[in-house]
Ligand binder design. Structure first.
Ligand SMILES: C/C(=C\COP(=O)(O)O)CCC[C@H](C)CCC[C@H](C)CCCC(C)C
Ligand code: CDP
Length: 326
């Protein structure tokens, strides 16, 4: 009987197995059915004889599970960028925000985007900035409970990073990606903010994944907080920061508030699924401190030397690791 696929972590049993051997040090979640499956009934020697067969069945099942999840999330990433390009082409994205320059753009004939400026274009890019990373973090539970699942998840930012490099070097430029993700429509822009952004996603998956609050908080601040800061700052940011005239109180306060609540939301999501055990008595304070650190770092006049998509996740990871310890 094929072993039941390990589902994580709704079930309550821990069993020690991994795709490449059944004496894994990493516990994995298995479905309750797995623990009473007929193939596990018998004497100890019979069980030992059957275990390699069960283990290989579980291995095959979880590989297929993770391949399916990877394809689904890759498709989601591609669809997100495509849909925002379509929304801006059809002027569905609200244009009730002032642009720095009023220009009628006929995007279908690939009017040069270098004339584009202002809020209109940046709103689309910022929504991609906010949604890509947050939807990616929310997608992690669809991967299997095996200890190798994170490497399948990491394949998604890896492929997108390669896509950004190929387009950024104009090896085979994709106008949809360039329009949706760059400020001024120049392919080389993809090699800066967007590439750093995708690398931050890769680091969060590989080093923190579902088992630590650090990675998800860093993405909450980089994707949600920094993204909202741009939108709110451009719209309401008349009162500039005394130490950085390019940033505003409205942008920074928005980053702190939205980054804090998105972080709490992600921690609640992962704790309710059983991946994290959160002590809520102390967590709110810790997240507030981490959000403040990230907001202050983002507000500093260092963007020309260090992209926000590097400084914000790095500062958040450091602050969160010192606060949570794992
Ligand atoms: C616009 C982006 C970054 C620019 O940042 P900034 O310069 O404005 O500070 C985001 C680039 C997104 C990238 C092209 C696609 C990333 C997809 C992600 C790895 C997976 C998303 C999956 C999900 C299910 C949609
Ligand atoms: N704390 C902040 C962040 C951004 N902003 C506004 O958003 C614009 C873009 O911010 P940014 O240079 O950090 O953009 P990204 O590097 O995040 O794409 C700034 O020029 C400001 O108008 C703000 O007012 N306050």
């Amino acid at each position: 009987m094929a072993a039941t696929l390990p589902i994580s972590p709704i079930s309550h049993k821990l069993c020690r197995s991994s795709r490449f051997g059944h004496n894994a040090s990493t516990p994995r979640f298995c479905s309750p059915i797995f623990s009473i499956s007929p193939c596990l009934i018998g004497t100890a020697s019979e069980l030992r004889a059957r275990l390699p067969l069960v283990s290989s069945a579980v291995t095959t099942n979880s590989i297929l599970h993770d391949v399916g999840a990877t394809v689904a999330v890759l498709g989601g990433a591609y669809a997100l960028v495509l849909s925002f390009d379509s929304l801006t082409k059809r002027n569905v994205i609200p244009q009730d925000f002032k642009t720095e320059t009023e220009i009628i753009i006929n995007r279908n004939n690939n009017t040069s985007l270098s004339h584009l400026s202002g809020f209109y274009l940046s709103l689309s890019r910022k929504l991609v900035h906010i949604l890509s990373g947050l939807l990616f973090v929310l997608s992690w539970p669809i991967f299997s409970g095996s200890s190798e699942a994170r490497y399948f998840a990491a394949f998604v930012p890896l492929v997108n990073g390669l896509r950004l490099v190929i387009n950024g070097l104009s090896i085979s430029p994709n106008s949809t990606l360039i329009k949706s993700v760059t400020r001024e429509g120049r392919p080389e822009e993809l090699l800066k903010g967007p590439l750093f952004y995708v690398i931050a996603l890769l680091v969060s998956v590989l080093f923190f994944w579902r088992k630590s609050p650090v990675g998800m908080i860093s993405l909450a601040m980089m994707c949600g907080g920094d993204g909202i800061a741009d939108i709110m700052g451009r719209k309401f940011g008349s009162a500039k920061l005394p130490y950085n005239p390019r940033k505003s109180w409205a942008g920074s306060i928005s980053m702190f508030i939205f980054g804090f609540f998105i972080s709490i939301g992600l921690l609640y999501y992962y704790s309710s699924l059983g991946y994290l055990h959160i002590n809520w008595d102390t967590t709110f304070g810790k997240v507030a401190i981490v959000s403040m650190v990230a907001t202050v770092v983002e507000s500093l006049p260092i963007t020309d030397q260090l992209d926000d998509n590097v400084s914000v996740p790095l500062a958040t990871i450091l602050a969160a690791y010192l606060s949570f310890g794992y």
